[in-house]
Design a protein around this ligand. Structure first.
Ligand code: GDD
Length: 424
């Protein structure tokens, strides 16, 4: 059988997702009307014979309780549980720590998914390659521009056999534009022994920091990345994948479909657009039918109140109880729960936080990022600014005020025009 593990991380990792992560754990933030992790869960639920999903992270026990309860109703054939690391153990440390739970019922293989990616999750195709090649591991890869590649794990593969020849996590200089999507399929009998041998190797070659006297050492002896130096922290990417590439049974499935990382708060906007487009292609009945005022794809929660003369879309999600007034224009944006957009306001490339208010004739806008870009910052007049405007929870924008390329922390009132600022 097959299982799935979703790596949900923990509170400290979500800092780049501010200000949105101040009010909701990143994996539960809603894009295209559903929490980020429910999009991965939906894909996992379609894998034939897959009955068990384990969320691994270091958020509080209670964080995923309601989500798991709801997901259990939506996918009655799945057993979903959350296992909490006592501290951040790294992307492989958590797997190893909870190996007994993963190995229970003796699955032959299991998927591992980073929770912060937006993608079509072609898990069936990965499974097919896995079986065809009798693989130890299959990684999902995608092509990005040469500039973007070094921000990710890079894969050098044999184009013909699809075998992974080299794997380097965030290399200093260009080695390949085929990158790690953060989705894997591992043979249970291979991955745990690989992790164990890394642990053994470390034990026989102890690092400076593990000596009790390290407190007295000159600080220059202490590695910059102190996370990685904690003996319990094991990173799939740096510690395990490059070893796996030395075996002959590590393969890559290259997806031609969409893929995006959801790191910064602004990246929720392109993720929202991609998932809405996917739902549109699948002719999902959750989406609002097109009309003179609706440019698809648009998702409107059934409890939201949208004036029939407001023009929405493309790529707009409107959350529960949000109110959108007459003559408003909303495009490429996420309007969260209880937010209000007054009449004739304009919202473009933005996220409007929970309970925020945008005044009449106001203009809240970001800037479109170039297609294929994997970043949410742009250079404007020689300075790096956020391409997406984000209002945190319960912010207010006055009537006729213009907010452009700004990030606004919760509970702020904007009474004058602002551009390229972080409002704290
Ligand atoms: N449970 C748990 N414990 N999860 C973790 C931990 C941990 O200690 N650390 C990170 N994660 C989760 C994060 O929540 C995220 O979903 C995923 O693991 C990867 O996060 P990072 O470790 O921050 O890596 P990254 O996002 O910079 O890069 C990874 O993903 C890229 C694709 O999005 C790497 O796998 C890259 O190679 C890859 O290209």
């Amino acid at each position: 059988s097959t299982k799935a593990v979703i790596l949900v991380g923990g509170p400290s990792r979500g800092t780049r997702f501010r200000p949105l992560s101040l009010d909701v754990p990143k994996p539960l933030f809603e894009v295209a009307g559903h929490p980020i992790i429910s999009h991965s869960l939906k894909a996992v639920a379609k894998v034939p014979g897959l009955r068990e999903v384990i969320l691994v992270g270091y958020y509080d026990e209670t964080v995923f309780r309601d989500f798991i309860k709801d997901a259990g109703k939506e996918f009655p054939h799945l057993r979903i549980q959350y296992l909490r690391e006592y501290q951040a153990l790294g992307t492989a440390g958590g797997l190893y720590h909870f190996r007994d739970a993963i190995l229970k019922n003796k699955p032959e293989r299991f998927f591992v998914l980073n929770s912060d990616v937006c993608c079509s999750f072609p898990l069936g195709e990965m499974l097919k390659l896995f079986e065809e090649k009798d693989a130890e591991a299959v990684i999902l890869g995608t092509r990005v521009s040469n500039d973007a590649a070094t921000n990710f794990g890079c894969i050098v593969s044999d184009a013909h056999t699809k075998r992974v020849l080299h794997y380097v996590e965030k290399p200093e200089s260009h080695i390949s534009n085929l990158i790690n999507c953060g989705v894997y399929l591992f043979a249970t009998e291979c991955i745990f022994p690989s992790i164990r041998s890394v642990i053994k190797r470390r034990a026989t070659r102890p690092r400076l920091l593990s000596y009790p006297s390290s407190d007295n050492l000159d600080s220059s002896f202490i590695a910059e990345d102190d996370d990685a130096e904690k003996p319990e922290v094991l990173r799939l990417e740096q510690d395990i994948l490059s070893d796996l590439a030395d075996s002959n049974r590590f393969f890559v499935h290259e997806t031609k479909d969409f893929w995006r990382q959801i790191k910064t708060a602004g990246s929720a906007v392109p993720a929202n657009a991609l998932y809405l487009q996917k739902a549109w292609q699948a002719q999902s009945d959750e989406l609002t039918p097109p009309s003179a005022f609706i440019v698809p794809p648009v998702y409107i929660h059934p409890t939201a109140e949208v004036d029939p003369t407001a023009k929405l879309g493309p790529n707009v999600s409107v959350g529960p109880r949000a109110v959108i007034g007459a003559g408003a224009r909303v495009k490429e944006s996420i309007i969260l729960e209880d937010a209000e957009i007054k009449h004739d306001a304009c919202v473009l490339y933005s996220i409007i936080g929970w309970g925020s208010r945008v005044g009449a004739w106001a203009r809240v806008e970001g800037t479109p990022t170039p297609a294929g870009s994997h970043s949410t910052s742009i250079i404007k007049n020689g300075v790096k600014v956020q391409s997406i405007t984000i209002l945190g929870k319960e912010c207010g924008v006055g009537d006729e005020v213009r907010v452009q390329n700004c990030v606004c922390l919760p509970y702020k009132e904007l009474k004058r025009d602002v551009t390229n600022e972080v409002i704290m």
